[in-house]
Design a protein around this ligand. Structure first.
Ligand SMILES: NC(=O)c1ccc[n+]([C@@H]2O[C@H](COP(=O)([O-])OP(=O)(O)OC[C@H]3O[C@@H](n4cnc5c(N)ncnc54)[C@H](O)[C@@H]3O)[C@@H](O)[C@H]2O)c1
Ligand SMILES: Cc1c(CN(C)C(=O)CCc2cnc3c(c2)CCC(=O)N3)oc2ccccc12
Length: 264
């Protein structure tokens, strides 16, 4: 009997088998959860339907979180599939226009890029929570994915860093707003992982290398590493945890890179 038995969870952001959401779905399914999925882009319907079948689910819904009507529709459709409500969702969504996450921060800064990055990567989390609220059962749990760039300067992460800082603040304000209702809200700050969102990022390979050579665990983190912690946060094992950003980064965020060389 898995520690998520009986839980009904919505997982957003599954785009490929390298997605962090894929690792999360795998762990949640292994622990006995019943899953539903949302994706963006009708052209991905068949692919996401196949992924859902891998996790014994037929519940797939299209939702572009940049559209309020789409968010509303998602939870209306979910209510039809799960009339008694459900137990939480994973927000695994992030996007900024390419020029906003490359090169020099100011060179790539624009009002439109800032707006899009915050709309899709930050606002969408509380927006989904608000729309989901009437359907959330007791002891529900929400989880979102963040990155170290929210807290530290990471070269080229730029406008996404500002959006992730806002996302992490939304974890604290959602936790305060939903805690009295018994709903927990937490974030996972994951180390760099080679996913589609990471593809096309110049120097990503170098970043992975710096990470694996300096993180205390001396390796990169995997979607399985993140999936297991997400499954835990979504479960009643984490009943005492809310408003937390949990780092799944091999300890990297606590290391001073480029400090005193070890061998001196
Ligand atoms: N890969 C990493 O290094 C890393 C590290 C830390 C945090 N994260 C975060 O993890 C989350 C998942 O990213 P990933 O690395 O698994 O990459 P991914 O490309 O597999 O997932 C990103 C997802 O965002 C979705 N998305 C983008 N715009 C959307 C919109 N308008 N509406 C709905 N969905 C939309 C995409 O469809 C995709 O499913 C993101 O929030 C990302 O910022 C990634
Ligand atoms: C780590 C890391 C990542 C992965 N990560 C944590 C992310 O959050 C990536 C989010 C992301 C947001 N928007 C877009 C893209 C990725 C690529 C495609 C696109 O057009 N827009 O991205 C970086 C960008 C620069 C530096 C480091 C990183």
């Amino acid at each position: 009997m898995g520690f998520l038995a009986g839980k009904r969870l919505l997982i957003t952001g599954l785009l490929s088998n390298r997605s962090i959401a894929y690792g999360i779905a795998k762990a949640c399914h292994r622990e006995g959860a019943e899953l539903a999925f949302s994706y963006v882009g009708e052209r991905f319907k068949d692919r996401i339907t196949e992924f859902a079948a891998e996790f014994d689910s037929k519940l797939v819904f299209e939702c572009d979180v940049g559209d309020d009507a789409a968010i509303e529709r998602l939870f209306v459709e979910l209510k039809t599939a799960w009339p008694e409500g459900f137990d939480g969702f994973v927000h695994s969504i992030g996007f900024a226009p390419r020029e906003a996450i490359a090169g020099d921060f100011l060179d790539g800064l624009s009002r439109e890029g800032f707006r899009i990055a915050h709309d899709i990567s930050a606002y969408s989390f509380p927006a989904m929570a608000k729309a989901a609220l009437p359907s959330l059962r007791d002891n529900a749990s929400l989880v979102t994915l963040s990155y170290l760039g929210a807290m530290r300067y990471v070269p080229a992460y730029n406008t996404m860093g500002l959006a992730k800082a806002s996302l992490e603040a939304s974890v604290r304000y959602l936790a305060a707003s939903l805690g009295p209702k018994g709903i927990r809200v937490n974030g996972i700050s994951a180390g760099p992982i080679k996913t589609l969102a990471a593809s096309g990022i110049k120097g990503f390979g170098k970043l992975l290398d710096i990470f694996s050579r300096n993180a205390p665990l001396r390796r990169n983190v995997t979607i399985e590493d993140v999936g297991n912690v997400a499954a835990f946060l979504l479960s009643d094992l984490a009943a005492g945890m809310t408003s937390e950003i949990t780092y799944v980064d091999g300890g990297f965020s606590h290391v001073m890179v480029g400090g005193m060389p070890e061998d001196e």
